[in-house]
Design a protein around this ligand. Structure first.
Ligand code: G4F
Length: 323
């Protein structure tokens, strides 16, 4: 039985990936912070239904010895490094902790794998935020990086570390450059979930407005469960490399808002306001990915349309209010 280790198993992607790997017959291990084990009903909510099928290990991305110990105990065949401070806005507020967690954390995992299980296949969660102020549309694996946040910079550093461990030490490391991917399990701080949950509350009469930041930013939004399959496909490919994972379509925040209110037959203009507090010091104006390499080499393609994604999220939040 193959052993997979997932860092960030409590997040949106971690939960979907764990379920997917269990379905493929893997023994699934996850790294979590000790506090998560102490408050499971709150922090492990996304993996509640599979808790008896996976093994969790307490470790911190800020501590090399703790990461080393877990990897030594498990000796995984595949490692999916998803853990990060992933909220772009927060990276403007606390640049230093974003760097510490995202860069050192990646470095610690890579170094421990090199020392203990150099044959382990490693996946690094890169991000379309690395493209930032992109100089071409759509962006592919060869597009130059121009990150616009400390989060984006930390991901570029993780990307370079991951590639360097491949080139220097022959580790089988792959990098997914995933564009925004959403689902009913998305955190409420991200714009899509903020919108879908507010639309549901407004429809139920529990709220009467939604306050957002920049409505003009455009993103390439896909459906998260499909994106974790791409991570796995990358590690099954004997040739490690970098892969853009995206839908190839881009929509503005305003278009997402409009579509979400349309699901419940309301006009978004009656409820949506903007507030400069939600604007970022430097914005990524437009992201749109070209995933043709992933299609050609991995056979991966997105299946859920933008419209379906919005509907899935709004209906799920409505159902949560009306079980
Ligand atoms: O939902 P967001 O916070 O996601 P963002 O910044 O695109 O980052 C997400 O996707 C990346 C992949 O490209 C990941 F690497 C990253 O970890 C994360 O998952 O914001 C999307 C857009 C931004 O342009 C933001 O300015 O929505 C705009 N926006 C407008 N009003 C808002 C709001 N974003 C948030 N979070 N909250 C608002 O009220």
């Amino acid at each position: 039985m193959k052993k997979a280790l997932i860092t960030g198993i409590t997040g949106q992607d971690g939960g979907y990936l764990a379920e997917f790997l269990l379905g493929k017959g893997y023994q699934v291990h996850g790294i979590v912070r000790r506090v998560a084990l102490e408050a499971p009903e709150y922090r492990l909510v996304r993996i509640k239904s599979i808790l008896d099928k996976i093994q969790l290990h307490a470790a911190s991305l800020e501590s090399y010895p703790s990461i080393f110990k877990v990897i030594q105990n498990i000796k995984p065949d595949e490692c999916y490094h998803l853990a990060a401070q992933s909220f772009v806005s927060y990276s403007f507020e606390d640049e230093f902790s974003t760097f510490n967690t995202n860069i050192n954390g990646t470095h610690f995992v890579l170094s421990a794998i090199k020392e203990i299980v150099p044959e382990c296949r490693f996946y690094f969660a890169g991000s379309s935020e690395m493209f930032g102020q992109a100089e071409e549309i759509p962006q592919n694996e060869l597009t130059r990086f121009h990150p616009r946040s400390v989060y984006g910079i930390s991901k570029v550093a993780g990307y370079e570390l991951t590639r360097n461990y491949r080139e220097s030490y022959g580790l089988k490391t792959s990098i997914g450059i995933l564009f925004n991917h959403e689902s009913p399990r998305r955190g409420y701080e991200f714009v899509t979930r903020k919108i879908s949950s507010s639309v549901a509350r407004i429809k139920q009469g529990l709220s009467d407005k939604l306050v957002l930041g920049n409505l003009d930013a455009k993103r390439d939004w896909g459906y998260a469960p499909e994106y974790v399959q791409a991570m796995w496909l990358m590690l099954q490919n004997d040739e490690p490399g970098e892969f853009v994972i995206a839908t190839g379509e881009t929509y503005s925040v305003q278009e997402f808002v409009k579509e979400a209110f349309a699901v419940v037959d309301l006009d978004w203009k009656d409820y949506v306001h903007t507030d400069p507090q939600y604007y970022r010091p430097a914005e990524v104006n437009i992201l749109c990915g070209d995933a043709s390499k992933a299609k050609k080499i991995l056979g991966w393609e997105p299946r859920t349309s933008f419209r379906e994604l919005v509907r899935i999220m709004v209906e799920s939040d409505l159902k949560a209010l009306n079980p």
